[in-house]
Write a protein that binds this ligand. Structure first.
Ligand code: SF4
Length: 835
């Protein structure tokens, strides 16, 4: 590599501090790598400290220098601020256990549960204590207090001035109890780790290292920055690199006012001007992204040199699925292995089996404890230990303690289970790789993304990396930029504005927009060749202001993956599926058609039987129990005993072929009914006023009939109308933003409006999906033209059915479909002999 004059200046800089600034792609890290090699030759590689923004960045730095080092060291201090902080703490004799975000949140949640009735501790906020959303706020706020190294006295003063003194007083007191709790168990969280290390100071580091290099200092938070400042203040020759807009000179002036600055301004990346690909509908945006990548790959760009960056995780998932459909190899964001409670639980089980008693206490609150007694499992593992290798032991622990995370295909996972499972699989994989390599496995390092895969990542996680082609998806106002002006419950502006008033809304807006602008600049500067921005603004949604001036390009859609859907057998004019053009539909048929026309065709047109499932039968049984129990005609007491008597009468042992499945189904059954009893049944007269259960209807819509049954009809909360309730026993919930489109609920509304008996109870004013596994309700708002719009939707759907329009839908809920082997969108459904 030929270095520029500026880079060479950095490499040759004599001992002493130096500030290195430069925008993205100006070669700051390259300059640091060469300086590192020079200093290593002089002082020894183990005496040159390197601090990177993340573990992944440190791994990349290591990859660059390792081949050029001669050896002679056991380990290299190429790490992050957290790594250095942990090292500092360990050298004081402490051996804390580092909690991940999820665990920190769980500790806060447990403490708040214990304090739920302690009005003495929470005099003004006691109404919130015990609520999950409040625990989230508190967990984030105690983290931020530490991350900002906030002085409690100053925070309290600022909060008093902002008239929020009471809530902060209670939070600050909680923060002390939280720290005591962590100390008692020997735990430390990520922000606390930096805060405690900065309290310890730099003495030991100054003697240990001959020089330091700090990359991406602009990304460091207050506590991480303090560690760098301490290194500088202690006189350690350090080069600190960062973005020119980050005012590094100003930020580091107190630590070392004399440090000269080198500015790199020659960009090594010469990308073309970014282009905008505007797509007609959001459902087509993932296809356009796949098209852009396939196009670039066709021009010779390797998959591993391309990335898709998004602001929203949901968008990344949708795009990831589309890429997989098109056969594009994708590197998913690494599972958060270190943070996953499931992985912690497995490690604790193995520790307990080796006699680590505190691991048992931790396990009491872990996901393993929900399924099996951890002590018994540890005994089992201890017995197997002498005859089984560690990897097999870990697999055994997983099978016995966490196999319930694996769901059969017809039963989609909830997101939390999916994340937990990803983490466990990543951990077990890391163990296996470690065992294969004959070295100690390090499950804390994220999986490498693989040699030739497209990276799909958040913009923030992409900082510091580059690719030849980058697609930035979702360039819409509200997403990129997503401007935030609201105050959180514990207003963080008080932590940084302790010497003045908290910023007003316009200033918050300006700051948030500036932050978003920086984020977008980061995204578009990741590409060495080309950045393609994509956007699919729906009516009422604006194109992002950041891309409005970009030149536009037509989307290139990838050819349909992997084969064009075959047309259904031609029946038109020969043997129409619906010869008289008159349909008898049900609300669930309409729902199936609106989700996937092909599935409708197989199930109701061809009357192909699906395979049924344990979960469908379980749902039916739960419906039956609630129908009988809540039947207004039944002259029976509505007690918990009666509910579970009916549950026993309705239960069938033949719903699952295997005993573990049967036991799991029985557990789900009792849990669902128990939760329903707790949240609704036990309320008695204060609970829902049930007017009817399993209410049958049969209405005419145009030439067609629509029939069905409504699970429950209640008196609505307004006391005059009625509430239509549809039970859901699956795990997947309709997204809030999709509720207005739910055709099944809209059909029930229409039925309740047209059926004279139901209409006599009053107008349907509430439409509710009730998810029994969580007892969470989702409501569809009733608009003035609700019935007319629903009639029009049903007629339009019926027209399409009669016209035999049965294309598979790329957005369908395929997890609940049994026709994969007949569906061209699935590999198993492609015709034999086709690629
Ligand atoms: S697998 Fe998916 S796309 Fe295919 S028929 Fe079933 S729901 Fe439709």
């Amino acid at each position: 590599v030929e270095l520029t004059a500026g880079q060479q200046q950095v490499v040759n800089h004599p001992d002493g501090a130096l500030i290195l600034t430069g925008g993205a792609g100006t070669g700051k890290t390259t300059a640091l790598v060469h300086r590192y090699l020079r200093l290593s030759a002089e002082h020894g590689a183990a005496r040159v400290l390197v601090l990177c923004r993340s573990r992944a960045a440190a791994a990349r730095f290591l990859d660059q220098v390792l081949p050029r080092l001669g050896g002679g060291f056991e380990s290299l201090p190429i790490t992050t601020a957290w790594g250095l902080a942990f090292d500092r703490l360990q050298r004081t004799g402490a051996d804390p256990r580092l909690l991940g975000h999820a665990e920190q949140r769980a500790v806060v949640g447990r403490m708040l549960e214990r304090e739920a009735s302690r009005a003495d501790l929470w005099p003004t906020l006691d109404g919130y204590v015990g609520q999950p959303a409040f625990a989230d706020e508190v967990a984030a706020a105690v983290g931020d207090l530490q991350a900002e190294l906030a002085d409690p006295v100053q925070v309290q003063t600022a909060a008093d001035a902002a008239a929020t003194g009471d809530r902060w007083r209670e939070l600050l007191a909680f923060a002390q109890r939280y720290r005591a709790e962590l100390d008692e168990h020997g735990w430390v969280d990520g922000a606390g780790l930096l805060a405690r290390a900065s309290e310890l100071g730099v003495d030991a580091d100054a003697a240990r290292y001959a020089a330091a290099l700090v990359d991406d200092h602009d990304a460091a938070g207050t506590a991480a920055a303090r560690i760098t400042e301490q290194l500088l203040a202690a006189g350690l020759p350090a080069v600190v690199a960062g973005d020119p807009d980050a005012d590094l000179d100003g930020r580091l002036a107190t630590a070392n006012p004399d440090a000269p600055t080198v500015h790199l301004d020659r960009g090594f990346r010469r990308p073309q001007a970014p282009v905008l690909v505007r797509v007609a509908h959001p459902s087509l945006e993932p296809e356009a992204v796949a098209g852009a990548l396939l196009d670039a790959h066709g021009r010779g760009v390797p998959w591993g040199d391309m990335a898709v960056l998004t602001r929203s995780g949901a968008r990344a998932q949708g795009i990831g699925r589309a890429l997989v459909r098109h056969g594009v190899p994708v590197a998913r964001p690494p599972a958060p292995v270190a943070d996953a409670p499931a992985v912690r639980a497995l490690q604790d089980v193995l520790d307990l089996a080796q006699g680590d008693v505190p691991a048992g206490a931790r396990l009491a609150h872990s996901p393993v404890a929900e399924v099996i007694a951890p002590d018994a499992l540890a005994d089992e593992l201890a017995a197997l230990g002498p005859i089984t290798d560690p990897v097999a032991l870990a697999h055994h622990a997983f099978q016995r303690g966490l196999a319930h995370l694996v769901h059969p295909p017809e039963h989609p996972m909830v997101a939390a289970d999916e994340r937990a499972l990803d983490a466990v699989v990543a951990w077990l994989g890391a163990l296996e790789r470690g065992a294969d390599a004959g070295s100690e496995p390090d499950p804390w390092v994220a999986d490498p993304s693989g040699p030739d895969r497209v990276t799909v990542s958040s913009i923030d996680a992409a900082a510091g990396r580059d690719w030849r082609v980058v697609v930035v998806a979702g360039c819409l106002e509200g997403e990129l930029p997503r401007v935030r002006t609201g105050r959180r419950f514990f207003d963080r502006a008080l932590l940084t504005a302790v010497s003045g008033p908290a910023p007003a809304v316009p200033e918050r807006r300006a700051r948030s927009l500036a932050e978003e602008r920086r984020r977008f600049a980061t995204a578009v500067s990741r590409a060495r060749d080309l950045t393609v921005c994509t956007a699919a603004p729906e009516p009422g949604v604006l194109l992002s202001r950041f891309v409005a001036a970009f030149s536009t390009r037509e989307p290139t859609f990838a050819p349909p993956p992997p084969l064009p859907p075959p047309s259904p057998p031609p029946t038109k004019g020969v043997a129409p599926v619906f010869p008289d053009g008159v349909l008898v539909l049900s609300a669930s048929q309409l729902d199936v058609y609106s989700d996937c026309p092909l599935r409708y065709a197989y199930r109701y047109g061809a009357e192909a039987r699906d395979e049924g499932s344990v979960y469908a039968d379980l749902g039916t049984m739960v419906h039956d129990v609630l129908e009988r129990f809540l039947d207004p005609e039944a002259q029976e007491p509505r007690t918990a005993e009666r509910l579970f008597e009916i549950a026993d009468e309705c239960w069938r042992d033949d719903i699952a072929p295997f005993r573990p499945q049967l036991e799991e189904a029985r557990r789900d059954y009792i849990d669902m009914l128990g939760l329903w009893w707790q949240k609704e049944g036990a309320l008695g007269d204060l609970g829902p006023d049930v007017l009817d259960t399993e209410r049958a209807f049969d209405i005419a819509v145009g030439p067609h009939r629509v029939r069905g049954r409504i699970d429950r009809v209640d008196r609505a909360d307004d006391g005059e109308g009625i509430r239509v309730v549809d039970y859901k026993t699956g795990r997947r919930m309709v997204r809030v933003e999709d509720m207005d489109d739910d055709l099944q609920l809209a059909t029930y509304h229409l039925a309740a409006s047209l059926d004279p008996d139901m209409a006599a109870w009053g107008p349907p004013t509430q439409l509710r999906l009730l998810y029994l596994r969580r007892m969470e309700a989702r409501e569809q708002a009733v608009r003035p033209d609700h019935a007319a719009v629903t009639q029009a939707r049903i007629l339009a759907t019926a027209d399409e059915i009669v016209a035999e329009s049965f294309e598979p839908s790329v957005d369908a809920d395929c997890d609940h479909c049994d026709f994969h082997r007949l569906c061209p969108l699935w590999p198993e459904g492609r015709e034999v002999g086709e690629e």
